[in-house]
Design a protein around this ligand. Structure first.
Ligand code: SF4
Length: 376
């Protein structure tokens, strides 16, 4: 079983971000207390399972102080059995990381850091409204390695408007010098409920065209492959099989519990969505009520989610699993689409597994939606 904790605070709002967070940290301790209470309320969500991964996401979990982090981890250990080799990840922003903070994380049992670097190019960080400075990205990775945390992932963003690809190329070269085991690289997308979204509407910014983004994706995947990073999911690259075990569990449709405002949970049959509002979350938990909405997943939902996430991974989607999830409906509904996708060279079939080709990786969501089934 896998546990996700959503820490809904950030120092400032990045212009592209549509995750749930607040920049007002006045009630941070109260929210942490409430998340600890939710862990207790939720302990029976997936009975009888050992925690294999714990993931502090957000928001910005590196804003947690030692007392808050320890409270959450002590509560987790009191309520669940945690595997001795559990992967315990914390998302961190470079400006939060000091030697002392990293030692605190290490003492608390954090054994993997996911650091939001995004770019090493100062004007790009300013454009994205990141709070940290370019040199802090490099410095904090070296500090974390010095503090003994060797399982480090960094996030990079590509398809940021630029005259050519030289800034991305230099970001990639800089990333290689840091010798991290994992890199996540995300395409800058403009979501409606963000600063970029409203500037796009007002025609104040212009996103890069598809060809520019596709070329940047190609530069990234090629350079990472040459430098020993395996693309095990479209946006995720690992050296020496240091995959994110936590995120892989989502892509492989494994059950997980999510706690905190806006967190989701999944038990194989249904999903639950916590309210994306810190005040409502606090008030509900204070009355011992989990503020979540429930969605029973239909046969088509479960099949289509497997297609959407599984196709993005190097493991692809297994035909027998599609048959099981769809009650035998997958091939009867999607056989001709599958044949077409093989013909145009976007997917291939290997050992009864459907996988994206290199070209198909550029159209992963379209491929999945072409194969989607409908409920009878
Ligand atoms: S720090 Fe992360 S969660 Fe917070 S606004 Fe920026 S991208 Fe979003």
């Amino acid at each position: 079983m896998h546990l996700y904790l959503h820490i809904p605070f950030c120092r400032q709002a990045c212009h592209y971000c549509d995750f749930h967070f607040s920049t007002n940290t006045n009630n941070k301790s109260a929210i942490v207390d409430a998340i600890a209470k939710e862990i207790v309320l939720r302990k029976a969500y997936l009975p009888g399972h050992k925690l294999e991964t714990i993931y502090f996401g957000g928001g910005t979990p590196s804003l947690l102080d030692e007392k808050e982090l320890n409270l959450l981890l002590e509560t987790i250990h009191a309520q669940f059995e945690v595997a001795s080799d559990a992967e315990i990840t914390l998302e961190a922003n470079p400006d939060d990381l000091s030697k002392e903070k990293l030692q605190q994380f290490s003492r608390a049992g954090i054994n993997r850091l996911s650091i939001g670097i995004q770019s090493f190019h100062e004007p790009h960080l300013i454009f994205l409204n990141r709070v940290h400075l370019a040199h802090e990205g490099e410095k904090c990775v070296k500090m974390a390695q010095g503090a003994g945390i060797t399982n480090i992932s960094i996030d990079l963003i590509y398809a940021i408007p630029a005259p050519d690809h030289s800034i991305l190329e230099s970001d990639i070269l800089k990333a290689f010098t840091l010798d991290v085991s994992h890199i996540s690289a995300y395409c800058l997308t403009i979501e409606p409920q963000t600063a970029f979204g409203s500037w796009l509407k007002q025609k104040k910014i212009k996103p890069v065209d598809e060809e520019f983004a596709a070329r940047q994706f190609e530069i990234l995947t090629r350079s990472l492959a040459v430098n020993g990073y395996e693309q095990y999911e479209i946006s995720n690259f690992a050296r020496n099989h240091k995959y994110s075990r936590h995120n892989s569990s989502y892509w492989q449709q494994r059950p997980y519990l999510g706690v905190g405002p806006s967190a989701h949970s999944y038990n194989g049959e249904s999903r639950e969505y916590n309210v994306s509002n810190n005040a409502k979350y606090l008030s509900s938990i204070s009355q011992q009520i989990i503020p979540s909405t429930y969605e029973k997943l239909s046969v088509a939902d479960r099949t289509n989610e497997y297609l959407l996430t599984g196709l993005r991974t190097k493991w692809g989607v297994k035909k027998h699993e599609l048959d099981r999830l769809s009650n035998g409906n997958f091939l009867s509904q999607s056989y001709s689409e599958l044949e077409n996708l093989i013909k145009v060279g976007w997917v291939r079939l290997e050992n009864e597994t459907i996988m994206l080709t290199e070209t198909g990786k550029l159209f992963a969501d379209k491929v999945a939606s072409d194969l989607f089934i409908e409920d009878n």
